[in-house]
Design a protein. Structure first.
Length: 293
């Protein structure tokens, strides 16, 4: 199987100029700042996921690719390689997620990683896929109280409609971790609802009318190709976790994967937690991987 990683370096001046030009807004620092931890995601993959065939790094510009990335081992994919030109540039993760399955040469089975999810302990292929099915925890929600939940509901309802099912008041919310995908299922659904995907793709920034990657997960779940089984994962929000606790988990992990989710922080706290992460990751993964020069 393959891994697909989406990455944004909000400090890149090329990307910043495009963002301000096309959105007429200042850069949203919290959403796009770089914690400097991407190399440890690659090291975690190399150490804990030896069954991975290929890693694909999806970025907007060549200027987004860190200089240490070994392109002999990492397939760099630009947005223009997979997203129709009329939707570019985009600063919205949702259109990007709608088109990941279009990566040339992508394996039928692949895992989608955001850059805040890290493999911390030894994983096996059967943690994610087995006998033509994939695994991910799914929960049901009734109330919509923010933009993200609204997008989740939109995705659930469209997946049901694509299968000839009636929408329900309850909607699905997949586990926030790396997500297993079947390329063929994504292609099938993409062909069924092109107008709805196009509407999301035209939105340069997120809004409550968007769809997200859960569209594909809901579709696979409703078809019986995704089994409701949680993946071993710990979740931290940097808004509440202490630097000490974060360091302790990274150096002595209790779960196979961890998501370290960014939120609005003071500059002082951001610097404290960033350094705590870098120190702990360097202690946990001190050796360069094949993905680095």
């Amino acid at each position: 199987m393959d891994i697909v990683i989406t990455y944004v370096n909000g400090l890149d001046p090329v990307w910043q100029r495009d963002y301000e030009k096309y959105t007429n807004q200042p850069v949203l620092e919290k959403r796009f700042r770089d914690w400097g931890t991407l190399r440890y995601l690659f090291r975690g993959i190399a150490e804990n996921m030896p069954f991975i065939r290929k890693v694909h790094l999806v970025v907007s510009h060549e200027s987004q690719v860190p200089e240490w990335v070994n392109r002999n081992e990492v397939n760099v994919v630009l947005h223009k390689d997979i997203i129709p030109a009329e939707y570019l540039p985009t600063f919205n993760c949702n259109p990007i997620e709608m088109h990941l399955h279009r990566i040339e040469g992508l394996d039928e089975e692949y895992l989608y990683f955001n850059d805040d999810v890290f493999p911390m302990k030894s994983c096996s292929a059967t943690d994610f896929f087995k006998e033509g099915k994939c695994f991910l925890g799914m929960t049901h929600h009734l109330f919509v109280w923010d933009m993200f939940k609204s997008i989740c509901r939109n995705s659930d309802h469209l997946a049901r409609r694509a299968l000839g099912l009636k929408p329900r008041r309850l909607f699905l919310r997949p586990q926030h971790v790396c997500t297993p995908m079947f390329r063929s299922e994504c292609e099938e659904l993409y062909a069924k609802v092109p107008a709805e995907i196009a509407k999301t793709s035209m939105a340069r920034t997120r809004n409550g009318e968007n769809l997200n990657q859960y569209l594909f997960l809901d579709y696979m779940y409703l078809k019986g190709r995704l089994v409701n089984r949680r993946i071993s994962k710990k979740h931290f929000s940097v808004g509440v976790v202490s630097a000490k606790k974060l360091h302790q988990f990274i150096t002595r992990p209790s779960h196979k994967l961890v998501c370290i989710n960014d939120v609005q922080l003071s500059e002082e706290r951001y610097n404290e937690l960033r350094q705590a992460q870098l120190d702990a990751f360097e202690e946990r993964f001190p050796h360069k991987s094949k993905y680095e020069l």
